[in-house]
Design a protein around this ligand. Structure first.
Ligand code: GFB
Length: 311
């Protein structure tokens, strides 16, 4: 990717977009195109058309999406499918029509069947029923993949599709109603510690397993693939290992220094039992993550405390 080209980071204030932006800024890219949601609503086709027609982005990192954890997905499936279909459809179509040289589309590990063989390979896509708690979001992302592949086939449009594992890091969503498990546990243990609570409630049984990739590693993979990969096949990006929610809670408890007890609220959904990605394809291309989960949690907790301190 030409670092001096007009590069649009859609969703640059979100967890993924802000990490990609940090990386592009660190590389001194002089022509970054950035629009907050208040400046450009990607669910508004006419606004997207105006933006792409005026700015003509040459490269597009499509990191804008309606995202959330298991509770948000389970509660607002209509919003998740509608908003994500609109955002991705408008951006992919306008990028192609206005001459973008390459677009990177971000999917999710939840597109794979609930009971896919583990670790999940890219060819396991469409081989079984989805996890009900997030099937609407997954359906939208699967449609985005199909759209990228169809635009490559019909127009020769260079769209590549990355499937990341569960992500975490600075800039994450820490709202307990909408967040994913890792930021939720960081906040819960922190507030219990500073508030002198005796216990922390963790949702579900604690037995589901999850794989966590630090968002700076994902940003590195995005640039790595934008530079080297240009094929229709989706590509998994993960840490290559997972742990149970219970083990994760123990790590966060240790990092935060909370001495109280952990209790599990099995009235909350567990979601898919496991979704470990097979990362042999991206490994074969020469990429691997650099940030260990323990270090990543320590760094994210420090960021969270510093942000909390700012009020
Ligand atoms: O991260 P999470 O919300 O989403 O939940 P998924 C992962 C596991 O952590 C579930 C448990 O088994 C939750 O029950 N968990 C325990 C908690 N305590 C908490 C808590 O306080 N908050 C949350 N949120 N979970 C998402 C999909 O699935 O994965 C999205 O819904 C997306 O669409 C994302 O694909 C990557 O990993 O289960």
């Amino acid at each position: 990717m030409d670092r001096s080209a007009r590069i649009y980071v859609a969703g640059h204030r979100g967890l993924v977009g802000s990490a990609i932006l940090r990386r592009l800024q660190a590389e001194g890219c002089p022509n970054l195109l950035l629009r907050q949601r208040s400046e450009l609503d990607l669910t508004d086709r006419a606004a997207v058309e105006r933006f792409f027609g005026e700015e003509r982005p040459e490269y597009v990192f499509l990191a804008a999406a309606r995202v959330g954890g298991i509770l948000a997905n389970n509660t607002y499936p209509a919003d998740f499918i509608r908003e994500n279909l609109l955002i991705q459809t408008h951006a992919i179509d306008a990028a192609r029509r206005h001459g973008s040289r390459k677009l990177l589309f971000l999917g999710s590990s939840c597109i794979y069947p609930r009971l896919a063989p583990q670790p999940m390979r890219e060819e396991h896509l469409h081989t079984g029923p989805l996890e009900p708690t997030n099937e609407a979001y997954a359906a939208a992302k699967m449609a985005g993949i199909a759209m990228c592949q169809a635009y490559r086939r019909q127009y020769g449009f260079s769209a590549i599709c990355l499937m990341p594992a569960n992500l975490y890091g600075p800039g994450d969503d820490f709202d307990l109603e909408t967040s994913h498990v890792l930021p939720a546990l960081i906040r819960k243990f922190h507030e219990a510690e500073v508030g002198g609570a005796q216990r922390v409630v963790v949702w579900g049984t604690g037995s589901p397993r999850r794989e966590f990739l630090h968002v700076d590693d994902l940003a590195d993979a995005c640039l790595f693939l934008m530079d080297r990969y240009d094929a229709p096949e989706i590509i998994n990006v993960g840490a290559g290992e997972d742990l149970s929610v219970r083990e994760l809670a123990e790590v966060v408890r240790e990092v935060v220094g909370f001495a109280g007890e952990i209790v599990f609220d099995s009235s909350k959904p567990d979601g898919t039992p496991r979704k470990l990605l097979d990362v042999s394809r991206i490994t074969a291309l020469g990429w691997k993550p650099q940030i260990s989960l323990r270090k990543g949690i320590e760094q994210t907790y420090a960021w969270f405390v510093e942000q909390a301190g700012r009020g």
